[in-house]
Write a protein that binds this ligand. Structure first.
Ligand SMILES: Nc1nc2c(ncn2[C@@H]2O[C@H](COP(=O)(O)OP(=O)(O)OP(=O)(O)O)[C@@H](O)[C@H]2O)c(=O)[nH]1
Length: 369
């Protein structure tokens, strides 16, 4: 039975990048550098902190910091009303001709911000998701303090784990060995994220943006570049590495990144149950999920994306892109959910003949918690 999902329309939406990074790691310095670039002159900027910054030909709005702390410490599902309002206001003014017609949006978070709620807002607000598309999550990492911050602050680890691009700042203030250690650590934490040194003047624009599903030059989906599936190491490599270090506090020790591959077509029932169980039971530990799925219900590739508890409604591509096998490939960045657990869950769900059997997948997940 062929079923319809909306065709992905990312190309028609405004590219939006989030710049995040720990306190003092160089977000504003990077932003100011970017805004001087002629290709970014029609950029609207939202600074996610108190007060506004005045920059000539640019639109700078201030979205107040309004993190709602729910008992138990989970702020991940909180959609920031102020950000939604600010964005909608910006688009209303643009439509009314009150401000110039910007063609790109940059959002700078505060240093302690969890980028997940901002990503949720962009992906799932019913109005915004038809207007803007997440083009890139850019995380600045301080080469002087980065290693220590990764150990001591989960915020830094999470900001690095969800990034599409990692910008290494203050390179000139430290030595080559420390930079290599930091790069290696970041590579293990988030192998698909491109590492860029902030001093790379010529390449920075091209390499910082366009982390979305579409190649901006050809306007066609580039699943290979988007998923970067081949960069995810086999899970055994990660374990071996951990055992060779005598690490005590490290937050990134608990972060795993891997790619699940499945050749047979999956039914939507299985797919939905899998994601529902994952989000309901371990949502806060699903730092980022994205993939292309081969389903029984449609010949078209289905695109899935999620951050923690919230998944974007699935969409399809108009056809399977060249060089992309007709199979499912989903990349996961998780905290304390190992690849075999995810694979076992999927196997149980695929083979289950009853609801009760399907619930066994949830038990696998609960046992590993
Ligand atoms: N030497 C050097 N200094 C840098 C670099 N990047 C940023 N800085 C300095 O580091 C300090 C903090 O930089 P910001 O850009 O304000 O950092 P931020 O992440 O926006 O800071 P918060 O908004 O406070 O979290 C400033 O004094 C910058 O001049 C760099 O690559 N090299």
């Amino acid at each position: 039975m062929q079923q319809q999902l909306p065709i992905d329309n990312a190309l028609n939406r405004l590219p939006t990048a989030i710049i995040t990074g720990f306190l003092g790691s160089g977000k504003t310095t990077l932003l100011n550098k970017l805004l001087k670039h002629p290709n970014l002159k029609n950029t609207a900027v939202i600074i996610n902190e108190f007060g506004s910054v005045s920059l000539d030909h640019l639109l700078v709005q201030a979205a107040t910091e309004d993190i709602v702390v729910i008992d138990g410490g989970c702020v991940c599902c909180t959609i920031r009303g102020d950000l939604v309002e600010t964005l909608q206001g910006l688009f209303a003014k643009r439509s009314a001709g009150e401000i110039p017609c910007f063609d790109r949006l940059l959002i700078e978070t505060t240093g302690l911000a969890d980028p997940a709620p901002i990503i949720h807002t962009i992906m799932n607000d019913t109005v915004l998701r038809n207007i803007i598309q997440l083009d890139s999550v850019i995380t600045t990492i301080d080469c002087v303090y980065g290693l220590r911050q990764l150990e001591e602050h989960y915020e830094t680890t999470k900001q690095a784990a969800v990034a599409d691009r990692l910008v290494l700042t203050k390179i000139e203030l430290t030595n080559a060995e420390q930079i290599e250690r930091l790069k290696h650590r970041l590579q293990r934490l988030n192998p698909a994220a491109l590492q860029i040194e902030s001093t790379e003047d010529n390449l920075i624009i091209e390499r910082l943006f366009h982390a979305g599903l579409y190649n901006p030059q050809t306007k066609t989906p580039d699943v290979v570049a988007w998923l970067q599936a081949e960069t995810y190491p086999d899970v055994h490599d990660i374990h071996e590495h951990h055992h060779t270090h005598n690490e005590t506090i490290r937050h990134d020790k608990y972060i795993q990144s891997y790619c699940i591959e499945y050749n047979e077509p999956l039914s939507w029932v299985v797919l939905n149950r899998w994601f529902q169980q994952l989000t309901a039971l371990r949502g806060k530990d699903l730092l980022r999920v994205k993939g292309i799925v081969y389903t029984k219900e449609t010949d078209l590739p289905v695109i899935v994306q999620g951050v923690q508890h919230i998944f974007q409604p699935p969409t399809t591509l108009p056809q399977w892109p060249p060089n992309t096998p007709k199979a499912s490939r989903i990349v996961f960045i998780t905290r304390n959910i190992q690849k075999p657990v995810i694979e076992r869950m999927l196997a149980v769900l695929v083979n289950s003949k009853s609801y009760v059997e399907a619930c066994q997948a949830a038990l696998i997940l609960l046992e590993c918690a």
